[in-house]
Design a protein around this ligand. Structure first.
Ligand code: SF4
Length: 555
C-alpha cells in the first residue's frame, strides 16, 4: 500500500520564527529591510505563490507574537505560538550546522539544514490545528525560496514518493524545504525526533541513501553544489542576498542560484572581488606535538617558530571584530593541548564571539585537566581528534609513539562528560588515510559514527612538494583553477605570522603579524590581494609554494 494522495489532501506550510536569534546562533534579520521590505515579507510572499499549499502557520515564541502579527499579510497566514524545543537539541544543531552553513547536509553530527528550525512539537500542533495531511517546513530566512521548485516538491511528495513519509530536494540551503506527512510529524513530536535522524546514515541499519530514493526530488546538480547559503541570516549571506537582488532580474530563484553558482567562494562572483572577512581562521598556538605521523611538518621547522605568550594572543583576540559567521580553529602543525596557557587564550577567543570554536588535538596527553576545564567553561564547540590508526598497532607505528592506549583512555574519560552535556562539545575523530590505514577506514568510520555521530577521513599532504608525498593517490583534478582557500580562510602561526594556508610551512607568503595587523588588515592587505590576483590570472606557477601544490582543489 502506498500513501500517495489525491489533490484533495490538505497541505500546510509551517515556519518557526524567532525574531531575536536564528537557529545557527546569529542575530535574526526577519524584520531587516532588503529591497525595500522585510526579509520575512519576501519569504511569505513567495510562500503564498507556492502551488498546492493551503494554510501557512507562522509560529513564534509567545512573547514575540505581537511582532509575528505584523506579518499577517493574508487570510491564509495564521500566527500560532512556538513551543521551545529542548535546549540541548538546539545547542547541538547550532554547533553542528555552524560548520556547514552552505550545504544542506554533510557536516558534524549528520545534522541537516532542515534541522535548524525544526520544532517537533510546534509542527505537530500546527498540523492538528489545521487538520493537515502534510506539512511543508521552510526556513524563516529563505527569501529566495524557489516557488516552482517548492510547488514541484509538494507534487513530488503527494504523487511520486512511494517510499518514505518525507520529501526534500538537495538544493542549496534556502531554495526549498522539507515536506512531511502529518503522521510522521506527530510521531516526531512524541519522540522529539529531528529530521537528521530520518536522513542520516546508520551503520547499524545500512540502507540506500535517501538521496537516491523517492524521498529526494532531484534538481539540477549545480543547485545542490552551490557553495552558498540563500538564507539572509548572517552578515555574509545578507550581503549576498542584497547583491543578488541587484543583479537580476532572474526568472526564478533557481536561475538566480545558478548565476550565484558560478563563484569561487561564498558570494564571490568575480575573481577580483573578495569577501569582507574570512569565513575560517586557524590559529596555531604551538609547534610542539607528541606524534610525528606521515605528512607532519618536521619538528625542526615547526618548533623553530617559537610560541608567543598568552598575552599576545589575548590582546589580539580582544581587539578583533570578527564577522558573525567566523569559524575559529585552534590547530596548525602542533597540538594546542600542549600550549601551557590554552585556557587564557580560549577564554579570550570566546569573548571575541566567533560563530563557533574548534580545538584540534591528538588527545594523547597524560594531563587532561586543562581540557576538562575548557569543556566545563564551554570554551570549545567542536573537539576534533586526530588519529593514525583504528588499531593500536597501526596507530603506534604511524605516529611513531606508543600513545594509542593514552588516547583511548582519554576518550573513555571524555565520553560520559560530553554525554552529560547533551553531546557537546561535538567530538569528531579523524583518521589519516595512508596505505597502512586503508583496511581500517571503514571500521573506524562506522565505530565512531555510532559513538559520536560523525567521523572524518584526513589526507596527508606533501606541503606543496616540501616533504615526501605519502598519500594513496594524488586527488588533484587534471585542470587547475584558482585556489578557493584564498577567498575563504587564513592561518596564523605560533609566532604570530599570518600565512595564506597550511601548505606554506616555510612562511613564504606572509600576510602580516598579530603584533601589527588586525585580521581585517591581513585579509584585505596587499599581500593577499596580490596572491588572489595571481590566481585569478592563472599565474600560480609563478609563485612558491602554490606552484607545487596538490591541495588547491580542496575547499
Ligand atoms: S594553491 Fe596551495 S599553497 Fe597556494 S594558497 Fe592554495 S592551498 Fe595554499
Amino acid at each position: 500500500m502506498t500513501y500517495l494522495e489525491t489533490t484533495s489532501s490538505k497541505v500546510i506550510a509551517a515556519l518557526c520564527c524567532d525574531f531575536d536569534r536564528t537557529g545557527i546562533g546569529t542575530r535574526a534579520r526577519l524584520r531587516d529591510n532588503i529591497a525595500n521590505k522585510p526579509v520575512l515579507t519576501h519569504v511569505l510572499e513567495r510562500l503564498l505563490a507556492v502551488g498546492g499549499l493551503d494554510e501557512i502557520a507562522l509560529t513564534a515564541p509567545e512573547s514575540q507574537l505581537p511582532l509575528a502579527n505584523e506579518f499577517k499579510l493574508h487570510d491564509r497566514i495564521h500566527i500560532i505560538p512556538l513551543a521551545a524545543r529542548p535546549p540541548q537539541i538546539s545547542a547541538r544543531i547550532r554547533t553542528a550546522r555552524a560548520w556547514n552553513l552552505q550545504s544542506w547536509r554533510g557536516g558534524a553530527g549528520q545534522c541537516t539544514f532542515f534541522d535548524e528550525e525544526y520544532h517537533p512539537q510546534t509542527l505537530s500542533v500546527a498540523a492538528k490545528q489545521f487538520n493537515a495531511d502534510h506539512v511543508l517546513h521552510i526556513h524563516s530566512h529563505s527569501l529566495f525560496l524557489d516557488v516552482e521548485m517548492t510547488t514541484a516538491l509538494i507534487h513530488h511528495h503527494l504523487h511520486k514518493n512511494y517510499e518514505m513519509r518525507i520529501t526534500y530536494t538537495p538544493s542549496a540551503p534556502g531554495l526549498s524545504g522539507l515536506v512531511l506527512r502529518a503522521d510522521i510529524v506527530h510521531e516526531m513530536a512524541e519522540k522529539t525526533a529531528m529530521p537528521w535522524q530520518l536522513l542520516a546514515y546508520d551503520p547499524k541499519a545500512p540502507t540506500f541513501d535517501t538521496l537516491i530514493r523517492d524521498a529526494c526530488m532531484q534538481v539540477d546538480p549545480a543547485l545542490s553544489k552551490i557553495p552558498n547559503r540563500f538564507c539572509a541570516d548572517t552578515d555574509r549571506s545578507f550581503r549576498l542576498a542584497e547583491h543578488l537582488l541587484r543583479t537580476g532580474p532572474y526568472a526564478t530563484s533557481a536561475d538566480l542560484a545558478l548565476a550565484a553558482a558560478r563563484t569561487i567562494a561564498s558570494g564571490v562572483k568575480s575573481f577580483s572581488d573578495a569577501p569582507d572577512a574570512p569565513r575560517e581562521l586557524e590559529i596555531e598556538l604551538t609547534g610542539k606535538r607528541q606524534t610525528t605521523p606521515p605528512g607532519s611538518v618536521p619538528a625542526i621547522i615547526r618548533e623553530a617558530r617559537g610560541d608567543l605568550s598568552a598575552a599576545h594572543w589575548t590582546r589580539w583576540l580582544t581587539a578583533q571584530n570578527f564577522p558573525d559567521d567566523l569559524l575559529l580553529t585552534f590547530a596548525g602543525d602542533g597540538d594546542p593541548l600542549l600550549y601551557p596557557a590554552l585556557l587564557d587564550v580560549l577564554r579570550a577567543a570566546r569573548q571575541a564571539h566567533p560563530l563557533s570554536i574548534c580545538l584540534q588535538t591528538d588527545l594523547a596527553t597524560d594531563n587532561l585537566q586543562p581540557l576538562l576545564t575548557v569543556i566545563e567553561e564551554n570554551l570549545v564547540d567542536i573537539l576534533s581528534i586526530t588519529s593514525y590508526g583504528h588499531t593500536a598497532a597501526t596507530y603506534n607505528k604511524l605516529s611513531n609513539t606508543t600513545l594509542h592506549a593514552q588516547l583511548m583512555k582519554n576518550l573513555t574519560t571524555l565520553a560520559p562528560i560530553t554525554t552529560a552535556r547533551g553531546g557537546l562539545p561535538l567530538v569528531i575523530p579523524r583518521l589519516l588515510k595512508v596505505r597502512e590505514t586503508i583496511p581500517e577506514l571503514e571500521p573506524f568510520f562506522d565505530t565512531w559514527l555510532q559513538q559520536t555521530t560523525w567521523a572524518v577521513i584526513d589526507y596527508p599532504t606533501d606541503r606543496a612538494g616540501q616533504i615526501p608525498f605519502v598519500g594513496v593517490i594524488d586527488m588533484a583534478p587534471p585542470k587547475r583553477r584558482p585556489c578557493r582557500r584564498l577567498w575563504d580562510r587564513l592561518l596564523i602561526r605560533a609566532n604570530g605570522v599570518a600565512v595564506a594556508c597550511d601548505q606554506d610551512m616555510n612562511d613564504k607568503l606572509t600576510l602580516g603579524n598579530i603584533e601589527s595587523h588586525a585580521l581585517e588588515q591581513m585579509w584585505n592587505g596587499a599581500a593577499l590581494s596580490n596572491l588572489r590576483q595571481q590566481h585569478a590570472d592563472a599565474n600560480w606557477n609563478a609563485m612558491s609554494p602554490c606552484n607545487n601544490c596538490k591541495e588547491w582543489h580542496r575547499a
